[in-house]
Every structure is written in C-alpha cells, then in structure tokens.
Design a protein around this ligand. Structure first.
Ligand code: DHE
Length: 505
C-alpha cells in the first residue's frame, strides 16, 4: 500500500504546476546555460524546487546526485521513474535538451544553498501529533520480532512479520534512505533518514507517518538517544549537526560544525552512546571526534582532538572506546572516550568498514570483526589488547557483517568485484569460513539480519528484480524468497532496541 506524505493541497498544487509546465509553450532547445536554466524552471522546478533543493522530488545538486550516474539521470528524465510521480519527458524534450538538463543538475549552484533554522522550521510536517493515534497495534504479530526492509529500488519500506516471514505492510519512503532506521526504545516508532535530509517518524502500531522534518540538504544519518528523547542528524551540507525532540521532531538546536579557528567540517555520521547518555560524531574534514550531550534543551559539545582524520566509527560494548578508520585507509585508531587519548593504532590495511563491525565471545575474551572496502579480508581484533588476531581471506571486499548471540556463525558479503554474488559464513570459534553461498548468480547478495531469537536470518538479493531470502540460521538452508525491489538493509526491532552484539546500532 502506498502512502503519500504531503498534505493533499500541496500535492495537488505540485501536480497542477507540473501539468501547467508540461502544457507550456513549445519546448525550448537548450543550447546555452540560460536556456537550460529556463528549461529547468519550466519543467523541473515545480517538483524539485526553483533552487534545486528538492520539493516533492529529491534535491538535484551534485552532492545529492553523487550516487547516480549522469546517464541514469538522463534516462530518468526521458522515461520517468516508475512508482513515483516523476513523469517521462521523452515526448516533450529533445535528446539534446535532456542531456543539457542532466548536465545542468550536476553543476554546483552559483550561490551555496542555505539550510538553517528557518528552513528547518518551515519544513516541519506533523500529520499526527503525539497522543492523537490509538495505542494498540492495528495488526497482530510479535511486535518485538518485526523487521523493516528498506527497498531502495523504488524507495519503499516493507514491514515483515519475523515469526511467519510474511509482509504485513509496504509504504513509500523519502527518496534514498541511508543508514539504519532507528527505533524508539519501546519499539513502537521508527525514525528514517534520507540522503536528502528528511527525517521521518513512523508509528508501527498505526502504520502511519506521524512527523517529518528536513534537517539538511545532504544528510548522512540520524541517531536516537538511548532514553528516546532526542534525534540528532549529521549533515554533509550544510556543515551542521541538528538536534530534535523525538516526540514530534520539533527543532531544538542547530550546531555549526567547526574547529577553534573557524574551519568547518562535514559530519560523516552520528551515533548514540547509550551508557554515556550522549551522542558521538565523526567529522570528515577536521581531526576531531565530538561527544555531544543535551542539557536544558541545548547541545553541549566536548571535542576530542585526534591524531588524524577519522571516519566510520565502531564502539566497544561499554562505549569506553571508539575505533575509527584513519583517512589513509590503512589504520584503525582506538580512542579512550573518557580521556580522549589515542590508546592503540591497528594495522587495518584494506580500508576497514568499521561501521558494520560486530563483536562476540572467543576463548573467554571479546573480539570484534570488520570487513574491508578495498581488500578481500575480514580482520578479527582482540578488544582487550587491541591486537589483530586473525585476517581471514575472502573472495573480495565486503560491505556488511552480521551475526547473533545465539548463532555460531558470522555472515559477511562480498559486495565488490567479480564475486559480488557470494556470501561467506564464518565459524565464530574456529575463525574459518565454513560455507560460501551464491544465492543468485550475477546479482549482489548482501546484508544479513537475524530474527530476535537468532534462529532465522534474512539476506538481500540487491537487485530491482531482487528478493529477501530467509535462511535457517543453524542448518544454513534456504527456506523461502520474498520478492523485493533492490532490498538493502533489514532491521529487527528486538535486536536493535537491545543492542544485540551481532548487529549494527
Ligand atoms: Fe552506507 C550505514 C557510510 C555507501 C548502505 N553507511 C552507513 C553508516 C555510515 C555509512 C557511516 C552508519 C550510519 C547509520 O547506520 O546510522 N555508506 C557510507 C559511506 O561513507 C559510503 C561508503 C559512501 C557514501 O556515499 O555514503 C556508503 N551505504 C553506501 C552504499 O553504497 C549502500 C550500499 C547503498 C545505499 O543505500 O547508499 C549503503 N549504509 C548502507 C546501509 C546502512 C549503511 C544499508 C545501514 C546498515 C545497518 O545494517 O545498520
């Protein structure tokens, strides 16, 4: 079932504007910059904004389009986008005009766009304020064993019953969700973040979007505080962290991200640090890590200077240390979060993807494991002395790693290269690969999430004509395939709200 977030009047207005633009005077040929801009204003601005910052459609700025090839953008203009309101312009515009338009949207605007307090406040949508919807779920299921599956192929989310592995509901999301959705501590609400800066709060009891706000123009991810009171957004554009009250997504604070001498930085990501009652932010352009706490409705920043630029964080279970990947792609730095000092420097030569690391008990001690973006390897690290105890060779660089406390196995995909359709299964005690699956030859197989009990797991076939595959976690046998449109991440309510050791947080 598709659900539209915009108030009807706004949707109608946009549709009328779009209709008017399509009926406008004969299409211009775009042979100068001015003509292309005029074409943009005529055909695109009603949905994507006169300033390209987005509206009903996504923002069309180079930062936001970095993941879409220009030829794909041309195709979208020519053919439209199925399951969205993007129409086909193939009959209206010449091939040259389409190419000129596609080129235009990849150029930076003359004036750097602004997204400050006023823009954030103006974007706020509150269709169902707290307390206005019933407190009982509208369907029957173990509410702790629900999964959300993000389908990036057509920007939808599917809600799955984790006992029956049957879809319960499917709804439209904002364009290009990225990073894990974050649940409220009781599991009733979930917060999604889109690359375009939208935060959506969704009520899983009532299957409705209850609040939305746009935190930035190009956002990385969001985090929800352990007490469930706050949501924080990390932006690339502008260089800000933004704090909201989690109840209705009301704006609380905009934090400019800069060092003592006024150099500003993109924020790579923000994470909740539950035992510390704080947020931790990774900064892309200045060698600092930030710890942010909230007092009297304001964010307070504690700066930790780091030896180098650190990205992509992982934390030990007590949140005493953070492990960050150095920009050189060859090291992991371990920072003591109380002192801010670097306590270890790990050789991790293949650009580790620490964000997808997991931990488990191995011979009486805790280890963490991470795949690498550039090398076909999984590093296993002793978390007592921060030494790499094993480097497992895989059939190519991986993206995501997963396990569950109740499972003897860890799963890692081979996301890049000729073996992108393979997934390795690692025995957590022998530290050996015991099985390699190739569920859909030629198609990327990636990202696993277990059910709350660790008995079954879901794996994505990352394709428009894809599926989520259900496996038995012990026998490793396939049980069924649920067709989906480029399913990416899967997120189990219980595992997330209990900070299960085998999954991301
Ligand atoms: Fe992600 C999580 C960074 C590209 C899919 N990704 C994250 C997180 C970070 C991150 C910091 C953790 C935040 C969180 O969950 O709150 N990702 C980056 C990058 O820097 C990188 C390499 C480049 C970029 O342009 O952003 C990148 N990521 C991708 C993709 O290409 C993926 C495969 C497809 C997509 O949707 O863009 C992708 N990233 C994901 C997913 C998660 C994620 C599915 C959540 C994983 C989870 O299980 O929690």
């Amino acid at each position: 079932m598709t659900q539209h977030r915009l108030p009807i009047s706004q949707t109608l207005k946009s549709a009328l504007l779009l209709g008017a633009s399509l009926l406008a005077a004969p299409a211009l040929q775009a042979d100068t910059g001015t003509q292309t801009e005029a074409l943009y204003q005529q055909h695109c601005a009603s949905c994507h904004g006169t300033d390209r910052l987005g509206g009903m459609g996504p923002a069309l700025l180079p930062e936001n389009l970095s993941r879409l090839r220009q030829t794909e953008a041309e195709k979208a203009i020519l053919d439209g986008r199925p399951a969205t309101q993007m129409p086909a312009f193939g009959d209206t515009l010449s091939q040259e005009s389409v190419a000129a338009l596609a080129n235009f949207i990849y150029q930076p605007p003359e004036v750097t766009p602004v997204w400050g307090e006023q823009e954030i406040l103006n974007s706020h949508l509150l269709p169902h304020p707290k307390g206005s919807l019933p407190n009982e779920p509208v369907f029957e299921a173990d509410m702790m064993n629900l999964f959300l599956v993000v389908e990036i192929g057509d920007h939808h989310v599917t809600l799955l019953d984790g006992d029956t592995m049957e879809p319960i509901h499917r709804f439209e999301s904002r364009y290009a969700l990225h990073g894990g959705p974050k649940y409220s501590p009781d599991g009733r609400y979930v917060y999604f973040g889109s690359r375009d800066g939208w935060i959506t709060k969704y009520d899983l009891y009532n299957l409705k979007v209850v609040a939305e706000v746009r935190a930035g123009i190009n956002m990385r991810n969001i985090a929800v505080s352990a007490d469930g009171n706050y949501v924080m957004a990390a932006n690339y554009l502008p260089h800000t962290l933004v704090l909201f009250d989690a109840t209705n997504l009301g704006l609380m604070d905009v934090i400019p991200v800069e060092n003592g001498t006024g150099d500003s930085s993109r924020v790579s990501a923000v994470y909740a640090a539950p035992p510390r009652g704080s947020f931790i932010a990774a900064l892309k352009d200045i060698p600092e890590a930030w710890e942010i706490s909230v007092t009297d409705a304001k964010a307070n920043v504690r700066r930790m200077q780091t030896d180098t630029w650190l990205d992509d964080f992982f934390f030990d279970p007590g949140y005493d240390h953070l492990i960050g990947a150095a920009r050189d792609g060859k090291h992991g730095h371990v920072i003591n979060l109380d002192t801010g000092n670097t306590v270890a420097n790990l050789p991790l030569p293949g650009m580790p993807h620490l964000g997808s690391g997991i931990t488990w008990e191995y011979r009486g001690k805790r280890v963490m494991a991470t795949p690498h973006f550039r090398t076909g390897a999984v590093s296993v690290i002793d978390m007592d002395n921060w030494e790499v105890i094993k480097t497992l060779e895989t059939e190519g660089p991986g993206f995501f790693m997963r396990s569950h406390e109740n499972s003897p196995y860890a799963w890692v995909d081979v996301f890049f290269g000729p073996n992108k359709d393979k997934v390795h299964i690692i025995d957590k005690q022998s530290l050996e690969i015991v099985k390699t699956l190739q569920p859909a030859p030629g198609k990327v197989a990636a990202h696993v999430e277990f059910d709350r009990h660790g008995e079954k797991l879901l794996l994505s076939v990352w394709d428009k004509d894809g599926a989520v595959i259900v496996y038995d976690a012990d026998t490793l046998e396939e049980e069924k395939r649920i067709p989906m449109n480029k399913p990416s991440g899967k997120y189990n309510v219980w595992n997330k709200i209990n900070y299960e050791e085998g999954t991301s947080h």
